[in-house]
Ligand binder design. Structure first.
Ligand SMILES: NC(=O)CCC(=O)C(=O)O
Length: 265
């Protein structure tokens, strides 16, 4: 399976509508080159542009969903369309979409771990509650978003649900780039799964983005890594590699579930 990760530059001087049209063009350019295309987190306005969250929020079937469905259809690709700010029932969610090559919505995932501690996403958005996996023709994807990468139990849950590859759209700051790379490799090694982590480039709301989107194989080897600027990574994923890694080094079978609370001595 051929996968392309499009690391989008998100800068405030580009209006959201223009960026949406540009991203749709970039997805169409992957026609014939990719089976799966992946976009980053909150690329319409930027993961740290909190002041735009409400103004640029949309329901499902809004402008971002429709533009990405058309692009997936035109390109004939599975599209993990990154995330957008979803407005539903008076709440905002950081929601990512997976679309089929017919442009049909196959799955949506609302980010479970919201970033910001006492500000930003953590207070402005509601948390998702459901783990999401997607069965592509030859590969089962598990999805997470950005800050989720710091929570290994989410990815274990996805493995238990059958995930062989994780797609992680992000808007990760340059300041913590070392964490990003380390965590992407850790999630791959501990779960013996591919990690496709697609971040943003550029600077918005004063936060320089790390870029450095990365694809890690089930043995922890880095297959491809972007630089700091807008760039498309192209890799080939082999589902047999997941099976072989899990058979040849069967550490997942040695899990001890339900370990008791520590005894105080
Ligand atoms: N948008 C995010 O979730 C940012 C996460 C982050 O900056 C970090 O975990 O560090």
């Amino acid at each position: 399976m051929r996968a392309s990760l499009i690391q989008i530059a998100v800068d405030p001087d580009e209006p959201v509508d223009s960026r949406r049209a540009r991203v749709a063009r970039l997805v169409r350019e992957e026609s014939g080159r990719a089976d799966l295309v992946v976009l980053p987190e909150l690329w319409p306005m930027g993961a740290f542009a909190y002041e735009l969250f409400a103004a640029e929020s949309e329901p499902l079937n809004g402008p971002t969903h429709r533009a990405m469905a058309a692009a997936a259809r035109d390109a004939g690709v599975w599209l993990h369309a990154g995330s957008f700010v979803e407005a539903e029932g008076g709440a905002l969610y950081n929601t990512s979409l997976v679309l089929s090559p017919d442009g049909e919505l196959i799955a949506s995932y609302r980010k479970i771990h919201r970033f910001g501690f006492d500000k930003g996403e953590a207070v402005m958005m509601a948390a998702g509650e459901d783990l999401v996996t997607v069965d592509l023709p030859h590969l089962t994807l598990g999805v997470g978003t950005c800050y989720d990468l710091r929570f290994p139990e989410l990815f274990r849950g996805l493995v238990d649900a059958g995930a062989q590859a994780f797609v992680v759209p992000a808007g990760w700051p340059a300041r913590r780039r070392a964490h990003w790379t380390l965590l992407a490799q850790a999630r791959a090694v501990e779960n013996q799964a591919y990690v496709l982590a697609c971040g943003t480039a550029g600077t918005h709301a004063g936060v320089e983005q790390a870029g450095h989107s990365i694809v890690v194989d089930p043995w922890g080897e880095v297959l491809a890594e972007a630089g700091p600027d807008e760039e498309t990574l192209r890799v080939v994923l082999d589902p047999a590699k997941v099976t072989a890694t899990r058979e040849q080094f069967p550490a997942l079978k040695d899990r001890v579930l339900g370990i008791a609370a520590p005894r105080r001595v």
